[in-house]
Design a protein around this ligand. Structure first.
Ligand code: AMP
Ligand code: ZN
Length: 113
């Protein structure tokens, strides 16, 4: 837990979020500035700054994050599929330095180039 980190504080319940799923080690909540009809963030409890810090020991966690993304999209009725993306570092447009997967579905705006 990094007390300077926005998503660590959400995971810890210190800051509110519109949660759609929580299980051991992972939460999913609505993005505060949605760019699609459905815009959910899937977030590990573990503070991993960005995808480049992912370690071998995180293999199971990464699989489970992907599975949670799948099930959140399915639970919200998006049986035709969804967009899964991760911003990696400032050069990749990442604004919150705590690993998270974006789940976008339904009507969506085009992603910035
Ligand atoms: P990224 O820019 O890829 O790092 O994604 C960070 C996302 O977090 C953005 O889409 C923001 O809209 C979203 N965000 C920032 N603060 C909050 C918050 N307090 N609750 C929910 N989503 C947030
Ligand atoms: Zn964090």
């Amino acid at each position: 837990m990094n007390s300077d980190c926005l998503f660590c504080r959400i995971v810890a319940g210190e800051l509110p979020s519109d949660e759609v799923h929580r299980e051991s080690g992972i939460i999913a909540f609505k993005d505060i500035h949605p760019v699609a009809e459905t815009h959910i963030l899937v977030v590990p409890e573990k503070h991993i700054e960005d995808l480049r810090q992912l370690q071998d020991e995180d293999a199971q966690l990464w699989l489970r994050l992907a599975q949670v993304a799948n099930s959140v999209a399915a639970d919200l009725g998006h049986d035709q599929g969804y967009r899964f993306f991760v911003s990696v570092g400032p050069g990749g447009g990442q604004t919150v330095p705590h690993l998270h997967i974006h789940v976008l579905a339904g009507t969506m705006r085009r992603l910035p180039a």
